[in-house]
Design a binder for this molecule. Structure first.
Ligand SMILES: [Zn+2]
Length: 149
């Protein structure tokens, strides 16, 4: 079916345009005005159909580019993330550092949500997204500077 940006549809439209050209040539470029009009209309139709299909195909390709980029970033993040205690951390040379991310959000949605300290409760951290609570002791802030030594 047309309108899906498939290469086969694009090729079919271009072949139709080509056929019209061949018919004009085989008539020795001499045609009745009405035949000429009909053929030009057919030619314009085939070309605009191919154009439309190409536009759709280009949209798909752009979507795929975005998808690939997102997947690449996710893979990169995944490769650099380390679990420590109950949280996930960015890592440098395989060693986790910085503020912890919610393990639930990462494992279920691949979202990186920093845990926040619960107001007036220093021993509890909370995820602003899923509202899961964590023991601060099991999700500490890890100094990055210590890694440099
Ligand atoms: Zn969460």
């Amino acid at each position: 079916m047309a309108g899906q940006g498939r290469l086969s549809d694009i090729m079919r439209s271009l072949n139709q345009a080509n056929e019209v050209g061949l018919r004009i040539r085989s008539a020795g470029y001499v045609l009745e005005k009405s035949d000429m009009k009909a053929m030009l209309a057919e030619l314009a139709g085939s070309i605009s159909e191919a154009k439309m299909e190409l536009g759709i195909l280009q949209g798909y390709l752009q979507d795929k580019d975005v998808e690939l980029k997102t997947m690449g970033e996710l893979l990169h993040t995944k490769a650099n993330l380390r679990r420590r205690g109950d949280g996930y951390y960015k890592s440098r040379e395989g060693r986790p550092y910085g503020q912890p991310y919610c393990s639930y959000c990462w494992e279920h949605e691949h979202k990186l949500m920093h845990l926040h300290n619960r107001i007036l409760k220093k021993d509890v951290r909370i995820c602003p997204h899923c509202k899961n609570e964590y023991q601060a002791q099991r999700t500490p802030y890890l100094e990055a500077d210590a890694l440099m030594m």
